[in-house]
Design a protein around this ligand. Sequence first.
Ligand SMILES: [Zn+2]
Length: 76
Amino acid sequence: MIDTNSYKRLAKRLNKTRKTLSEACQELNISIDDVDDYDLDQHIQECSHCGVWGDNHRQDEDNFPICRLCFDLVGR
Ligand SMILES: [Zn+2]
């Protein structure tokens, strides 16, 4: 397990990028095995359409996170 601070650092590193989680973990010297998907979700989410990370994603009709840009494209 990693602490909240590490999740915040990860979120900051990923925000508005299309980095993979493993890239961000490597840069921050965090073991990806210690990252809990659910906990990370509380800080940042990856758009299920274009893959960009953001902290204010909405949800599409299937309840997947979706960024503002894709949300507008889907037209909801
Ligand atoms: Zn998107």
